[in-house]
Ligand binder design. Structure first.
Ligand code: ADP
Length: 202
């Protein structure tokens, strides 16, 4: 089981951001993706999760392209949870569109049932991020990409959110790629650090 980028190139318009980038991450592995701002970490994350499609090369999950419809086994958690949910949908509709979590799961993620009737702007930033983490952990999830997911939160909430995510992914042998500027956090959480600039053949 592995997530792989094979000779992936991508640009916005004519502006090439990634050239012939190759990497491979095993399912249960926890890796950090680091590099200076603007070097293409978020772009590579979106390619690996199937939100963008490479201009050259391919993204493979267990040797096959990611499914083009239905629930993707590679899920993303973003820096700004309020941008990752539809502001016009109550949270129940948002999560049920992805999958149907039961009460036990919601409780284990610290999500109150009453939240599902609320609008996204009726939760705090930390609560909404917790909701987005839960949404990303459907039964078919095998790999999670966390793109600066705790950067906007206070230190205590950051620690709570990371513990919640790590407990679940370790229990279920879900892989993790975390995108971060925080090398201390990356070293604590990850067994391997990937420097994007070293892989990029620009
Ligand atoms: P990082 O995550 O490493 O900070 P990004 O992948 O967000 O880098 O961005 C890489 C480059 O691509 C930046 O120069 C950014 O301005 C540009 N970029 C990102 N998204 C878009 C977009 N939708 N349209 C045009 N350029 C973009």
């Amino acid at each position: 089981m592995q997530l792989e980028a094979r000779n992936v190139s991508f640009g916005y318009g004519n502006n090439l951001i990634l050239r012939n980038v190759s990497l491979s991450i095993a399912q249960g592995e926890h890796v950090g993706l680091v590099g200076p701002s603007g070097c293409g970490k978020s772009t590579l994350s979106k390619l690996l999760a199937g939100y963008l499609h490479p201009k050259g090369g391919e993204i493979l999950w267990n040797g096959k392209p990611l499914p083009s419809r239905g629930y993707c086994p590679v899920q993303m958690i973003y820096q700004h949870p309020e941008k990752a949910v539809n502001p016009m949908w109550r949270l129940g509709k948002t999560v049920n569109e992805a999958w149907k979590p039961d009460d036990t799961f919601l409780e284990s993620m610290g999500i109150e049932k009453a939240w599902l009737r609320r609008w996204p702007n009726e939760l705090s930033g930390g609560e909404l991020q917790r909701f987005c983490i839960a949404r990303a952990l459907g039964p078919q999830t095998q790999f999670v990409i966390a793109d600066e997911m705790s950067t906007m939160l206070d230190v205590i909430t950051q620690a709570q959110i990371w513990k919640l995510l790590m407990d679940t992914i370790e229990q279920r042998n879900i892989g993790l790629m975390m995108v971060t500027h925080n090398m201390d956090l990356a070293k604590r959480v990850c067994s391997r650090i990937i420097w994007l600039e070293e892989l990029n053949n620009l």
